[in-house]
Design a protein around this ligand. Structure first.
Ligand code: ATP
Ligand code: MG
Length: 553
């Protein structure tokens, strides 16, 4: 029992406590994205945390678009966000909400504050408001409009709503304390005039609530109990609490902050991803080199691997940055037993077996995954002419090189032993063909024990090989220099994408978009969902097989 308490994160401890004290009967969490971009791996943490808490405590999880700012928001983002959240497995059931559906209630809430003498209409300009606000070391000054009567405030606010004022001419402010040490409490603006069309409410409104006022109301309306957000909102919590208290909600929601997820040397901020997209450095929000959810899905990450990653990161109260290698570890772990291990040659060179009958084809049995028999077996064609990896032959091998070189014998995976008997070069000295002989006695699966070889290499049968574009990735960011320069520009790695003309074994010809496989020795690969055609897949490398990453203890 004691162990169980120790292993709980700080949010679970708060929830336990609240339930014990009878503060709430059941819990309700929400994911509240602003529809102004695509979601990224950091959002996945928030989604899985909110959903996970609701599941764990048998509570509810709401999906709510925080669409109170009409300038940057688009329907396109609403749709992509819904798809991403659903793909991650966070089920909001029938609770899909939009903050804009509460505009009327927010307006009523503002009127209530005015009637209580807790809000006033202010005519100061934005610059003046800033001037009056004071600084971290000096208190602010009261607005000259602060003592307007309730009646006058009601009339002016009504007129703001009716469209009588231009943008910026008047605002509604909470009346709290201009001397508060917390600047957020110095009579913050809660409503502004903005003559803008909203993607859902159209021109119904020309006043819009500010985030700090709107968010607690949205939570309270939905019966959210634990409003989980990131650390930058910690200083806004007193205002959150003020709003729910002054509006007298019977079971006020509670804001809890946790640390954002950052990946070292990876661009996560929406604003920066947007910049990469707009400048054409990547080919869209789902470019496989990005860590938007759409990009991770296209690259071949699974929801399970992302959940494993988020769980490993844990929930903390202090910001820190995680290594991308940990994400790679998670996808390798997830795919290891689930995917078939196929043969594909990324940098091909021809291999001819001089003593194998011309024109003869035989089909050899191969295990799909030696560690998981349930994946079954397949038949792979074999014959006189094959492709092997260019790096699997060397004319003059270094010490410890166990693959093909003159007079050396290796095993062709799933097939026979072959011995190198010669090679051809072009005039630039580049190897064009490797010649071998094979020993029919050494056929794989026949239990041959006559002699041993040190190296095993993979291959594909040339006449039936499927030519294919394969893309390999490196970090988009030049890791030596870090992500950002002082002027806000980013250090882009010029080698983040390599395109290979590869050959695949025939079974891969009909692979479907988003299907993934291990290509032996080369890593895990996923069929690109944008650029593949039927019978002509394009493969993206998800991750290589090897890593120096060690799971933290
Ligand atoms: P960004 O900073 O990347 O632009 P955002 O915070 O503006 O993101 P929102 O749509 O406002 O994006 O965020 C929705 C929810 O996701 C919020 O509750 C926010 O705190 C959370 N969130 C955003 N980024 C991260 C992150 N890196 N790690 C964990 N949670 C995050
Ligand atoms: Mg935001």
């Amino acid at each position: 029992m004691e162990n169980e308490t120790v292993s709980k994160n700080f949010i679970e401890q708060i929830i336990d406590n609240d339930l014990e004290e009878g503060k709430y009967e059941t819990i309700c969490t929400r994911f509240p994205p602003e529809p102004n971009g695509y979601l990224h791996i950091g959002h996945a943490k928030s989604i899985l945390l909110n959903y996970g808490m609701a599941q764990k405590y048998n509570g509810r999880f709401n999906m709510r678009f925080d669409d109170t700012n009409p300038t940057k928001e688009k329907i396109e983002f609403v749709e992509s966000i819904k798809a991403d959240v659903a793909w991650l497995g966070a089920d909001w059931e029938d609770r899909l909400f939009f903050a804009s559906d509460y505009f009327e209630q927010m307006y009523e809430a503002a009127v209530k504050l005015i009637k209580k003498g807790k809000a006033f209409v202010c005519d100061l300009t934005a610059d003046q408001i800033r001037e009056y606000r004071g600084t971290l070391t000096e208190p602010g000054k009261n607005s000259p409009y602060r003592d307007r009567s309730v009646e006058e405030n009601l009339r002016l606010f009504e007129e703001m709503k009716a469209g009588k004022y231009a943008d910026g001419e008047k605002v509604l402010r909470a009346k709290i304390d201009m001397a508060s040490p917390n600047i957020n409490m110095r009579d913050p603006v809660i409503y502004r005039v903005a003559h803008m069309s909203h993607h859902r409410t159209g021109d119904a409104w020309c006043i819009y609530p500010m985030y700090d006022f709107a968010h607690p109301i949205e939570d309270a309306i939905e019966g959210v109990t634990h409003s989980l957000c990131t650390l930058e909102f910690e200083d806004h919590r007193p205002l959150y609490d003020w709003v729910v208290r002054e509006l007298e909600y019977p079971r006020p929601p509670k804001q809890i902050e946790f640390a954002k997820l950052y990946l070292t040397n990876v661009v996560t901020g929406k604003r920066y991803i947007k910049k990469l997209v707009e400048e054409g450095i990547v080919d869209g929000w789902d470019d496989p080199r990005l860590v938007s959810i759409a990009a991770l899905r296209r690259r071949g990450f699974t929801p399970e691997s992302i959940k494993m990653f988020v769980d490993l990161c844990g929930v903390a109260k202090a910001n820190s940055s995680v290594d991308y290698a940990m994400l790679e570890y998670c996808i390798r772990e997830d795919l290891k037993l689930k995917r078939s291990r196929m043969m594909a040659v990324l940098d091909p060179v021809k291999l001819v077996i001089d003593n194998y009958p011309e024109g003869q084809v035989e089909y050899l049995e191969a295990d799909n995954n030696l560690e998981n028999e349930a994946l079954g077996k397949r038949m792979v064609p074999f014959g006189r002419e094959l492709y092997i990896e260019r790096e699997d032959f060397m004319e003059v091998p270094p010490k410890k090189y166990k693959r093909l070189y003159p007079d050396n014998e290796v095993r062709l995976m799933n097939a026979y032993f072959v011995k190198c008997v010669g090679f051809e070069k072009d005039e630039d000295g580049k190897i064009t063909t490797v010649h071998c002989t094979y020993d029919p006695e050494t056929k794989c699966g026949t239990g041959f024990t006559g002699r041993k070889v040190k190296g095993t290499i993979h291959w594909v049968y040339a006449p039936m090989a499927v030519p294919c574009e394969v893309r390999l990735y490196e970090n988009l960011i030049d890791e030596e220099k870090g992500v950002y320069n002082e002027d806000g520009t980013m250090n882009i790695n010029p080698n983040s994408l390599t395109v290979c003309q590869a050959y695949l074994e025939p079974a891969l010809k009909d692979a479907k978009p988003l299907e993934s496989f291990q290509f032996v020795r080369n890593g895990y690969f996923c069929v690109d969902c944008k650029d593949s055609k039927e019978g002509a897949p394009v493969f993206n490398r998800i991750v290589s097989l090897k890593s120096s990453f060690k799971l933290p203890k």
